[in-house]
Ligand binder design. Structure first.
Ligand SMILES: Nc1ncnc2c1ncn2[C@@H]1O[C@H](COP(=O)(O)OP(=O)(O)OP(=O)(O)O)[C@@H](O)[C@H]1O
Length: 289
């Protein structure tokens, strides 16, 4: 087993990692730990470990770190493990992975796995971005693009709320075009999700399951500040999936286009449209409780 640790959020994360390591050592495990030094590094570390035949490669960080490690092991026989140390930890909530470091370590020690079907976004320039949870295009991506890293480290999840309020008056709402299995739709924003949850434990797509193939696409039809406020208020109340102006559609492939529309994948900035989303070439195994 190898642990890929993102130390970016400081001392608290390191303490939680050490607590997990303590338990593992108590069980006689001696996992190697590699620390990331920059964005994208987790993918390189995980890819090298997968080539060496490491059986379980653990992402110790948030959803961005998990996505980077998943990209590194994609196509290999290594399984993905998770020590949830991030801000939102959506995948951990989705899969019922414990947040307490000792309990998360126990799950890793047991090594029970299930199949995960990540999504792969392909851009016009040939770039590819793998995601395990979701890809958003439009307003939520603008929030992610402009979120100051320092603010997130200082106040955690509240940073997203603050940045959403800041973004409302300045985001230039444009129409994006979504092609869902070839069927054309229009929306102000879209979230292509593998899972049920969004931004923490808030319900977005009740019928979704990351263990299944395909995507659930949430289309936010209405543009403008008032609509964004309505969506933002409905989310924590669990009312978003039933809200007027929100449609949820299943699809196996998704094309998104729109001039200057930003994209985010698993909570990290991921360029701009146009892009095409389909399944990753191979599903991967993930360690689950
Ligand atoms: N050493 C580093 N310094 C700065 N940034 C890093 C470093 N290592 C990784 N990163 C970047 O930090 C991003 C965010 O980290 P991560 O996902 O672990 O935490 P988070 O954003 O707080 O969690 P969540 O996504 O659950 O909200 C990663 O996508 C990665 O690109």
């Amino acid at each position: 087993m190898m642990i890929v640790f993102n130390p970016a959020a400081g001392a608290r994360r390191r303490r939680r990692l050490l607590a997990a390591l303590d338990l593992m050592r108590g069980l006689g495990m001696r996992p190697e730990v590699a620390e990331t030094t920059h964005r994208g590094h987790a993918t390189v570390l995980a890819r090298d470990a997968a080539r060496e035949g490491v059986r379980i490669i653990v992402a110790a960080g948030g959803d961005g770190t998990i996505a980077e490690v998943a990209a590194g092991i994609s196509g290999s026989d290594s399984a993905l493990g998770v020590l949830p140390l991030g801000t939102a930890n959506v995948l951990a909530l989705e899969l019922g992975l414990p947040r307490a470091p000792a309990r998360a370590a126990e799950v890793l020690a047991m090594g029970r796995t299930s199949l995960l079907h990540p999504g792969l976004a392909r851009y016009g320039d040939g770039r590819e971005v793998l995601f395990v949870q979701m890809l958003g295009a439009g307003f939520d991506a603008a929030v992610v693009h402009h979120l100051p890293g320092g603010l997130k480290r200082a106040i955690g999840k509240g940073a997203y709320v603050l940045q959403t309020i800041r973004e409302m008056p300045r985001y230039r709402f444009t129409t994006l075009c979504a092609e869902l299995d070839g069927r054309r739709e229009e929306a102000a924003s879209a979230i292509v999700t593998k899972g049920r949850l969004y931004a923490g434990r808030f319900l977005l797509a009740p019928g979704a399951d990351p263990h299944e193939e395909g995507f659930h696409v949430a289309l936010f039809r209405d543009a403008g500040v008032l609509a964004a406020m309505r969506y933002g208020a409905a989310l924590p109340l669990g009312m978003l999936p039933r809200l007027r102006g929100v449609d949820l559609i299943r699809a196996g492939t998704v094309r998104l286009a729109g001039i200057g529309v930003p994209a985010q994948a698993d909570g990290d900035a991921a360029g701009a449209l146009p892009l095409e989303i389909g399944p990753a070439p191979r599903p991967m195994r993930i360690v689950v409780p």
